[in-house]
Design a protein around this ligand. Structure first.
Ligand SMILES: [Zn+2]
Length: 80
């Protein structure tokens, strides 16, 4: 399981406008199906849109990890 799978998508139900969140991992497992906990309405997220959002999220996580690594390296150099 990658880090992105633990991130949540904020979803607004198209039927009752209830707002809820579902994790990326859940959405992947369920073929991008969202299920509203309020009214039970299910909706399949657009494949291209979902994949673009996941790719963007993964990129941001990688950037963040790279930043943390470089901060760690600098701290190591500086702290004697
Ligand atoms: Zn709903």
């Amino acid at each position: 399981m990658s880090l992105i799978d633990t991130q949540n998508f904020n979803i607004t139900c198209g039927e009752c406008a209830h707002q809820f969140s579902q994790s990326v991992g859940d959405l992947k497992l369920n073929d991008r199906m969202t299920i509203c906990p309020e009214c039970g309405n299910s909706h399949q997220l657009d494949k291209a849109g979902f994949e673009a959002a996941v790719a963007e999220g993964e990129k941001q996580i990688e950037d963040l990890q790279a930043k943390v690594r470089s901060v760690g390296e600098n701290l190591f150099k500086g702290g004697n």
